[in-house]
Design a binder for this molecule. Sequence first.
Ligand code: ADP
Ligand code: NA
Length: 335
Amino acid sequence: MRIVSGIQPTGNLHLGNYLGAIRNWVRMQDDLEPGSECLFFLADLHAISMPHSPAELRRATLEMVAALVACGIDPNRSVLFNQAQVPAHAELQWLLNGTARMGWLNRMTQFKDKSGKNREGASVALFTYPVLQAADVLLYQATHVPVGEDQKQHLELARDIAQKFNNDFCSEDAPVFTLPEAFIPPAAARIMSLRDGTKKMSKSDPSEMSRIELADDADTIMKKIKKAKTDPEPLPSEMAGLEGRPEALNLVSIYAVLTDEKPEAVLARFAGQGFGVFKPALGEVLVETLSPISQRFRELVEDREALDAILAKGALRAREIGIPTLDATYNALGL
Ligand code: ADP
Ligand code: NA
């Protein structure tokens, strides 16, 4: 198995990013069979498809690497890199632009969502970035690509491009591209704001009290949990009792995700208790899980040299794996 997965570099990382995205990568890496390999990349080339600040992108890329390593991605076991340092991504995208059809891209629902009403003002990159996504995985002969519901269409596109390219330019016994399979990662947790249980925990929420950040120390975590919005009711013994209580549901869910239990099991233990008991228990579990991560994160994020070295090493290995496919693509096209 060769798994390839990308993540947008984003700064001010929080508990939602960790439990909803990063932890899944760490598990993928840790559960891998011998002989299999994971390539994890920061999708910094994708970031320029939307309005962005260069300084912010640079900072977010480094912060994300620090976070990934702090959370358990091991750069000696997984290939960890950013697209921009592996020019083959952009090159292969151009080569595949000859195979991708306008009609295929026109059907991509994400472009419609992200460009909104301002279709004419959207960047060309936003329109063609599914082709870059295809290049991202085809370059490495990925066998498996973890995709959430919203990315299924893009993986189908990558398979269509690979298939058409193999058909048009390769002999049957020597296709250039492997058709990657989707695999649906274990359901990612969705963490809600500590101030409003109906909103996603997000870095764009103006209130810092709404989220636990990866860099928060133990005191800050305890304070934020203590101040988290709740209701006056004690915890019920069954999930049905959390209906209409989004804040309570969120705190119970966070506890369950952290301890790898079902929320039912958490309720069974805390049924009848108020938040005066539950919040300190949750705070403790959070501190226990996040302390080692945030300590490592704070050290790493200050160590520019270490971060650069990690990315350079990852890019070198990614190039080694990708170049033969890139060469074969040029060759098949008569270039
Ligand atoms: P934010 O919403 O803070 O801007 P991003 O959109 O940059 O975060 O998300 C980066 C990754 O983290 C994505 O894979 C996204 O699905 C995940 N993620 C972000 N917020 C949450 C959340 N509250 N719960 C679960 N996953 C989240
Ligand atoms: Na977001």
